[in-house]
Write a protein that binds this ligand. Structure first.
Ligand SMILES: Cc1cc2nc3c(=O)[nH]c(=O)nc-3n(C[C@H](O)[C@H](O)[C@H](O)COP(=O)(O)O)c2cc1C
Ligand code: SF4
Length: 424
């Protein structure tokens, strides 16, 4: 396949909003390995992750063939596949690719008859060899204040069995968790899952809304001494299999604004080194990944780009069970057409090509590793001839400044004072 293009860019490099990365007059050789270590001293089973992994998408939203192709692709390419909140199905486990098991408010795959968390069921799946990390889902950018939705038209007997839910109704996860109701409670749940999973890294996913609520989690980290191993920051521009339109369009902080906030708050409380940040939201190219890492992410998750690798043509019928490409349907007549082996190769190729391009970009910048990427490496044409770099556009606060009242920046004071470790 062609990996070069003749003639030059087709982008209009003089339009407002155009962005580019600074190269160096002293380029470096292409780096060999970009893997990022997850899991601190509390984890007996840390995980070395690729900088690019498959974001959460459930079996239910996606077909079993799509799930099998994603996981086989992850296995072939040596990267991780997030199960989504619909549970860890046999199709996630078949190929043996690395899994991040996501636990949402419905606790699918680890719930008792009342729909609450079941520690024994959790432990059974969490300790499977393929499961490398656990992600607690608090929220996702596309449908804030709303739990996951699996429309009744896509609910099969098999999915109902895997999720332990009745047939014939939309499967709607509650908007909030029942295992905890405060920032402190969330961190205690992190510890519980870490122990039950045999020392695997445990983190949580959220889309940022009220800054004081996230700062409440930061205060809880300071008060309890507990840190999650990672935080996944999902942008308000995130995708979904099904969601009310007003929630997808007008709720939640866009990714870049949220990312720089989280990447400021954690150093602000002196905890950045202990916590990895995963970013997700409309990334698909190596430059998109590089840009998010320059802004503070350690790794990037992609959902819709992986759907494209599976053959998605953006017809946007994912909630109607009529997906023409077999990616997001439970209708066998449609999903049988999705060739698992072929699409797994495409998933692995997309990942490998993006990582190769990321390495080339880094080398051109004169850098040897991802942690050398800084916000000032990225430029934006703000308007006309006015150009600013990300350091100017997204200023960070001083390290440890939230630890002492006297040093809290003025525009953080109100949110910090409002934040509480014992209520959201
Ligand atoms: C079909 C589909 C299903 C999704 N299911 C979940 C899910 O179960 N849990 C979750 O946290 N996010 C879910 N998401 C959101 C993605 O994981 C991701 O956070 C979001 O789409 C942003 O990434 P993208 O822009 O690369 O798609 C889903 C997205 C899509 C498109
Ligand atoms: S082809 Fe259409 S229905 Fe299928 S996954 Fe893509 S957008 Fe959704």
């Amino acid at each position: 396949m062609r990996d070069t293009r003749p003639f030059g860019t087709l982008f209009n490099v003089y339009r407002d909003g155009y962005e580019w990365v600074n190269h160096s007059l002293n380029p470096k050789p292409v780096p060999r390995d970009l893997r990022v270590q997850f899991g601190g001293s509390e984890c007996s089973q840390p995980y070395a992750a690729s900088p690019l992994n498959i974001s959460a998408m459930s079996f239910g939203a996606l077909s079993k063939n799509a799930i099998m192709a994603l996981n086989l692709g992850a296995k072939q390419g040596g990267f991780a596949h997030n199960t989504g909140e619909g549970g860890c199905s046999p199709y996630h486990l078949q190929a043996g690719g690395d899994l991040i098991w996501q636990i949402g408010t419905g606790y699918f795959g680890c719930r008792n008859k009342d729909g609450n968390f079941d520690a024994e069921l959790f432990q059974k799946t969490a300790c499977k060899t393929s499961v490398k990390m656990i992600e607690i889902k608090l929220s996702q950018g596309a449908k804030l204040g709303h739990g996951g939705i699996l429309p009744a038209v896509k609910l099969t007997e098999e999915i109902a069995r895997i999720r332990h839910v009745p047939m014939g109704h939309d499967v709607i996860s509650p908007p909030a968790h029942t295992s905890f109701s405060t920032p402190k409670g969330l961190l205690e749940f992190v510890v519980q899952l870490r122990e039950l999973s045999g020392g695997r890294p445990v983190g949580f996913k959220l889309c940022i809304s009220n800054r004081s609520e996230f700062l409440g989690i930061c205060k809880a980290m300071l008060e309890t001494g507990i840190t999650p191993d990672f935080i996944t920051v999902d942008g308000g521009e995130g995708g979904t299999g099904a969601a009310p339109i007003e929630l997808t369009n007008s709720v939640g902080t866009p990714l870049r604004d949220a990312l720089i906030f989280v990447h400021s708050a954690l150093p602000g409380i002196g905890k950045r080194e202990q916590v990895r940040i995963i970013a997700s939201g409309k990334a698909y190219s190596a430059f998109h990944v590089l840009r998010l890492i320059a802004l503070g992410a350690d790794t990037v998750n992609v959902a819709r780009a992986m759907m494209f690798a599976l053959g998605c043509i953006q017809s946007r019928h994912c909630d109607a069970d009529t997906c023409p490409t077999g990616v997001a349907t439970q209708n066998p007549a449609h999903y049988k057409a999705l060739d698992v082996e072929l699409k797994a190769k495409r998933v692995a190729h997309y990942h490998a090509a993006t990582i190769e391009n990321l390495k080339e970009l880094l080398a051109a910048c004169g850098l040897e590793s991802l942690d050398q990427l800084m916000p000032w490496h990225i430029n934006r044409r703000v308007e006309g001839t006015q150009i600013k770099n990300y350091d100017e556009l997204y200023p960070c606060i001083e390290r440890d400044c939230l630890l002492d009242e006297k040093h809290i920046p003025n525009d953080w004071k109100e949110d910090w004072q409002r934040a509480s470790a014992t209520h959201w």
